[in-house]
Design a protein around this ligand. Structure first.
Ligand code: TRP
Ligand code: SF4
Length: 345
């Protein structure tokens, strides 16, 4: 009896909670850029929101359609990275994107409401196309923000925690949702218009000074990297090139290492930066301090990672159960959507 009441109270709490949906393409393991820009936020938000995490395997295919087996193995890696940073498997819903038919269906319906020109002018699409060296875009790649709109709206997500680069997509999502409601909603918010929540953490550059982590080999520190790998990568990081000897006055504003200190060790950052400016700390010592700081952050993550690696069947079960739950929610949504669009006999 008491247990029954407890379960009902838990359910009521979940029903009152607003829902978050966010996710990652399953193209590779997650790194410190993901951690600073998004994962850290997710862990904090799971206490307050009903949290849905999408393992975006279909979106991964927009760039990796020639290597689907890589996308498949990375479904696990990305799920494990999310659990390793501290997302609670008892509370969060892990979803394999391709296992939710509603996402594919809604993508088709929404595609009527978007002009090709709007997609072609999306700044994130342009940047990514350049990064991948595409001079010709596939329909799927150009249209992935439409599919992302389906990711977010199939479950009526209220809030979407994302990095800044996703804002153009969020704008499109909100536009499509409003358009849909105006056309077919009969005055109702049939498709929830979600809010973006952007991480306050400054963007983390690649270790080589590149704009983004992960695109070129060795410029990213992965959550799964061990102590020696982290130290070796930090040692390679780009510093103020004007500093030749240990006593030269440095400029931390043009140094990647100091930006990492800012994000991962705010407390010691001011002290390190002024020591650098005065020529009182050498780059080797400065890097060593960063490696230690990162190792403290990564140690518990590695430990949880090892646990889930050793319990892969459990991870599989979690994804399967989460995907099944999501598929049901999506089915209900497409039933309503189809009826509103006169597609139900
Ligand atoms: N495009 C996102 C990224 O590259 C990943 C993603 C897919 C996503 N579906 C989403 C993010 C839905 C938020 C909501 O990071
Ligand atoms: Fe960068 Fe630190 Fe060297 Fe200054 S001392 S240039 S902040 S690595």
């Amino acid at each position: 009896m008491v247990l029954g009441v407890k379960i009902i109270l838990e359910r009521m709490k979940i029903m009152q909670q607003k829902r978050i949906l966010t996710g990652d393409r399953t193209t590779g393991r997650l790194h410190l850029g993901h951690y600073a820009g998004s994962l850290q936020n997710r862990v904090r938000l799971q206490d307050e929101y009903d949290t849905f995490i999408l393992l975006a395997d279909v979106q991964a295919l927009t760039t990796h359609f020639e290597t689907p087996e890589l996308v498949e193995t990375n479904i696990y890696e990305v799920a494990i990275d999310n659990l390793a940073v501290g997302l609670d498997p008892e509370r969060v819903t892990l979803i394999q994107q391709s296992a939710v038919p509603a996402i594919a269906e809604l993508t088709v319906f929404y595609s009527m409401l978007v002009s090709v020109n709007v997609l072609r002018h999306n700044p994130t699409i342009k940047t990514e196309a350049k990064q991948y060296g595409y001079d010709e875009l596939t329909y799927g790649f150009l249209g992935y923000p439409v599919s992302q709109t389906a990711d977010i709206t199939f479950c009526g997500a209220d809030v979407v925690p994302v990095g800044e680069d996703q804002l153009p997509h969020m704008e499109l999502t909100r536009k499509i949702a409003r358009r849909f409601n105006a056309l077919y909603g009969g005055g109702q918010e049939m498709i929830k218009v979600p809010e973006a929540m952007v991480s306050a953490t400054p963007r983390l550059p690649g270790l080589d000074g590149g704009a983004k982590m992960g695109k070129s080999a060795g410029n990213a520190i992965y959550l799964s990297d061990d102590t020696n790998t982290v130290a070796a990568k930090v040692n390679m990081a780009l510093t103020d090139p004007g500093r030749i000897t240990r006593t030269d006055k440095g400029n931390p504003d043009i140094c990647v290492v100091s930006q990492y200190h800012k994000v991962f060790g705010a407390a010691q950052c001011d002290e390190i930066c002024s020591a650098c400016r005065d020529g009182k700390i050498g780059c080797a010592a400065c890097k060593q301090r960063l490696s230690m700081q990162l190792d403290t952050l990564l140690a518990p993550i590695r430990e949880r990672r090892a646990y889930y690696e050793a319990h892969k069947a459990m991870v599989h079960e979690l994804i399967a159960a989460g995907s099944e739950k999501a598929a049901k929610i999506g089915e209900e949504k497409t039933r309503l959507v189809k009826a509103a669009m006169h597609l139900a006999l």
